[in-house]
Design a protein around this ligand. Structure first.
Ligand SMILES: [Zn+2]
Length: 222
């Protein structure tokens, strides 16, 4: 679905994924395992693009509903894969995550049942790095290496799982999915201080009206 002419939301891949059409095409997150065809079909059928148009794949954090189809998409597109520097070794499978033990158990189960293949990101991002016209904002809390991506020209912010929008109000994820509550609060404040115009999250719906007010309202509940 078109959010802006150069920002598209691909529905039906469990965790939302997005395509940015700039000087080059950038994919944000890759959905659960086996969703590569959904993403490439959208690119080819709706945008009339080619898989190799995707030059960069950015991961908002290491969770498998965001990295699930990464291996296949990297193989097909040969895009450079970027994630926050602290998440690189978790995404590659070299380092365990700091998720609660039951979350790691669920991830391992999902990996086994889907024949998930780990892959090492090419780029370890840092705060204020630029991906296309989007600034990398480190937003720990849901996971230590979570990031948001913000474009001050169009006011779009991709927030990964730090915030959600259910069509009614802005919220966060359930408390068992919060790695560090204090860090999360600071991250929400950081996002809120940009006064974004459009918030695109990993779960839920695009938020395109009263965005910064609704994020502030949520922050005040934390
Ligand atoms: Zn997550």
């Amino acid at each position: 679905m078109e959010i802006l002419s150069d920002v598209h939301w691909i529905e039906g891949v469990t965790a939302n994924t997005y395509l940015i059409l700039g000087d080059q095409t950038t994919l944000i997150d890759t959905g659960t395992p086996g969703k590569q065809e959904n993403i490439l079909n959208y690119l080819q059928n709706v945008l009339k693009g080619k898989p190799e148009d995707i030059k960069t794949i950015v991961l908002t954090h290491h969770h498998m509903d965001h990295t699930g189809s990464l291996y296949e998409l990297k193989k097909i597109t040969n895009a450079e894969v970027a994630a926050y520097k602290d998440d690189v070794d978790i995404i590659s499978g070299e380092k365990p995550s700091s998720d609660p033990i039951y979350m790691r158990f669920v991830s391992r189960l999902m990996a086994t049942f889907t024949s998930y293949k780990f892959i090492k990101p090419d780029i370890g991002l840092q705060e204020n790095d630029m991906v296309d016209n989007y600034r990398v904002i480190h937003t720990p809390g849901h996971t230590p290496g979570s990031i948001a991506l913000y474009n001050s020209d169009n006011g779009v912010i991709f927030v990964g799982d730090t915030l959600t929008y259910d069509g009614n109000k802005v919220g966060g994820l359930p408390s068992f999915l919060i790695n560090d509550r204090e860090a999360l609060k600071k991250s929400v404040k950081k996002i809120s201080d940009f006064n974004p115009r459009i918030m695109l999250s990993g779960h839920g719906k695009p938020l395109i009206e009263d965005t910064s007010e609704m994020i502030k309202d949520f922050y005040n509940t934390l």
